[in-house]
Each structure stands twice: as C-alpha cells, then as structure tokens.
Ligand binder design. Structure first.
Ligand SMILES: O=P(O)(O)OC[C@H]1O[C@H](OP(=O)(O)OP(=O)(O)O)[C@H](O)[C@@H]1O
Ligand code: HPA
Length: 179
C-alpha cells in the first residue's frame, strides 16, 4: 500500500510503522498478558487521550477476564513535554487489591508514567505494571521499568494510531514520524 506523507498543521510526517505491524505486535503482547494475568482479572487503566486506539485493540486480543477504566492526563504542548503532568479526569473506582496494567500510547520522557505510578501505588493495588505501545528509551529522563513494551522507537516525534500533533493525526491507522 502507498503511504504518501501527511501534513498536520505546519509539519510533514512520513510513514514509519504500518498498521499491520502494529496489530501483530499488539497480538504478541496481549498473548503474554493473557498468560501472565490468568486468574487475576487485571484492570487496564487507559491513559487518555492518546491510548484509546491501543487500548481498544489490546482489549480485543485479551483471552482472559479483564476490565478497563480510563484516566486522563496531559503534559504535551506542540512537540515537547511541558514537564508538568496535570490530572484532568481522575479514577472513580477503587484499585485496592487489583492487578492494574497502565495502558499508554507512548513513554517518551517518562514524566507521565513517573508521576502516575506513585499515585496508583498509594491506593493499595495488588500490583501495577505498564503496557506501552511505543517506548523511546533514548528520551527517558526517569529510571523506568516498562514491563510490557510493544515497540521501541528512536527519539523522533511520531503521530497516528491515537497519537497527535496539537490535536491532529490521532485518526491515522499507521504511525508516521516527523520529516
Ligand atoms: O513520557 P512523556 O514524555 O510524559 O510522554 C508521554 C505522554 O504524552 C502523551 O500525552 P499528552 O500529554 O500529549 O496527552 P494526550 O494523550 O491527550 O495526547 C502520551 O499520550 C503520554 O501520556
Ligand atoms: O512522539 C510523540 N508524539 C505524540 N505525542 C507524544 N507524547 C509524547 N511523545 C509523543
């Protein structure tokens, strides 16, 4: 299939990871999660907005009982992290004694996950791990243990498959990187 570059606001992006590869990589991680969380009924905690598409495809591939809930955090403006993680919409249900899997579209600087994990840990869950569609190890500014990375990428700004550039690009089926 042909994937011409796309323009979003003032920037051009070129094809980087095709939908077929994304979905296959998610299947592999979902199989691992289904095995490792059998009999644990994990609670997936999807970090909005960016993770909506990943969370949906991940859930569809899970073969065990599991639940999902959503939390909305935001820290990005233009193409950079503000370093300030704001909680916009909090968690309503109790996570006490639950096996929680945070579902992130991307772990970039790591500010978001680093801010979120202690907040979750303080609520007495049985366990907390992170499943992230994309991980940018070169950009990390925190020591992080992402147990379920789907794909590692270099230090490029990417859009598509839920990820945006100033609000645009989330609807793209494939992942693109800035040119
Ligand atoms: O590792 P970090 O550098 O913290 O970056 C990762 C976070 O940045 C994005 O969220 P953003 O704040 O852009 O909100 P959005 O999901 O609504 O796009 C992304 O969805 C992650 O939550
Ligand atoms: O590379 C990125 N693209 C879109 N949103 C993001 N949030 C953190 N890193 C990124």
């Amino acid at each position: 299939m042909n994937h011409p570059p796309v323009t979003l606001h003032d920037k051009k992006f070129k094809i980087y990871i095709q939908e077929r590869k994304i979905l296959h990589s998610i299947e592999v991680v979902a199989a691992r999660l289904s095995h490792e969380y059998r009999d644990k009924c994990p609670l997936f905690l999807s970090v909005l907005n960016g993770s909506f598409m990943f969370a949906s495809d991940l859930m569809k591939e899970m073969s065990i009982d599991c639940e999902i809930s959503f939390i909305r955090l935001s820290s990005y403006s233009d193409m950079g992290s503000t370093g300030q993680v704001k909680e916009i919409m909090g968690l309503k249900e109790s996570i006490k004694y639950r096996h929680v899997v945070v579902v992130e579209d991307i772990v970039d600087t790591g500010h978001t996950v680093a801010a979120l994990l202690p907040q979750l840990q303080s609520q007495g869950p049985a366990s907390v791990e992170v499943a992230a569609l994309l991980v940018k190890p070169e950009a990390h500014e925190h020591q992080l243990d992402i147990k379920y990375p789907v794909m590692e990428i270099g230090n490029d700004f990417v859009v598509g498959y839920g990820l945006d550039y100033n609000g645009l690009g989330r609807n793209l089926r494939d992942i693109y990187k800035v040119m």
